[in-house]
Design a protein around this ligand. Structure first.
Ligand code: MG
Length: 245
């Protein structure tokens, strides 16, 4: 089932997606998705992201394969949804897209085993881990490079019934495919990540694990349209603009 949060006028509501129709969870009838604004399907308390989790991306970044998952955090204030502008800050001269599978936690998870891990997952969404690449190299730490407002793009909704082990993932820049991967090429798969992270910090319902990006990362420019598509979920589309502050 695809679950999202939608807005019509001033009213926000949860709904189930069936093709182009949105059925409100409370109430009758349905809307055409084109009538509605699509909001982020979840407001995560935290986003735990993987630095290198595809061999081919590690190779393009000229980094050795990590012996264990390498994680960083993105702030909840960086979240935007489908259709919202990704804003390029003047502090960076190079901001990249990173299309990823986002894991949405459904239950509080602490010290969860790999065998039980998927019981704690609510579903999956498309994620764009927008990154100020120049600041990532300059700082060594990731907080600034990954933490700007609008740098955690998620949506358009959550698919609750999906096998996370072999999902095609594609990123398009202005309609051209720029990244192509499959989650079967993850170095650490979803159960391994839930296990690893939940042995460090408690994962709360709504928290996101961004599972890392396949190869093909590249820069965004004002006026671009970037899309992250995962088979079985949908396509997350965002325009790119210059930040006005
Ligand atoms: Mg990433």
């Amino acid at each position: 089932m695809k679950l999202g949060i939608f807005k019509l006028g001033e009213r926000a509501f949860r709904g189930v997606v069936e093709e182009d129709r949105i059925y409100p969870l409370e109430g009758k009838g349905f809307y055409d998705v084109r009538e509605l604004q699509i909001l982020p399907p979840v407001r995560p308390g935290k986003i735990v992201a993987l630095a290198l989790n595809y061999r081919a991306h590690a190779a393009e970044m000229k980094k050795p394969l990590p012996p264990e998952p390498l994680i960083f955090l993105k702030p909840s204030t960086s979240v935007i949804g489908h259709g919202d502008d990704i804003l390029l800050p003047s502090m960076s001269q190079r901001v990249d897209y990173e299309g990823e599978l986002g894991v949405v936690m459904g239950k509080r998870a602490r010290g969860v085993s790999q065998e039980e891990a998927l019981d704690y997952v609510m579903g999956y969404t498309c994620f764009n881990d927008v990154t100020a690449r120049d600041l990532q190299s300059k700082d060594g730490l990731f907080t600034r490079a990954k933490g700007f407002d609008t740098f955690a793009v998620l949506g358009p909704w959550i698919e609750t019934h999906l096998d996370p082990f072999s999902l095609d993932i594609r990123t398009y820049l202005n309609g051209q495919v720029v990244q192509e991967g499959n989650t079967s090429n993850l170095i650490f798969d979803v159960p391994a990540l839930v296990n690893f992270v939940s042995c460090i910090m408690t994962l709360e319902p709504g928290d996101i694990i961004a599972t890392g990006t396949p190869p093909g990362v590249g820069p965004l420019s004002p006026g671009d349209k970037v899309e992250v598509e995962i088979k079985g979920i949908g396509k997350l589309t965002n325009p790119v603009a210059v930040r006005g502050w």
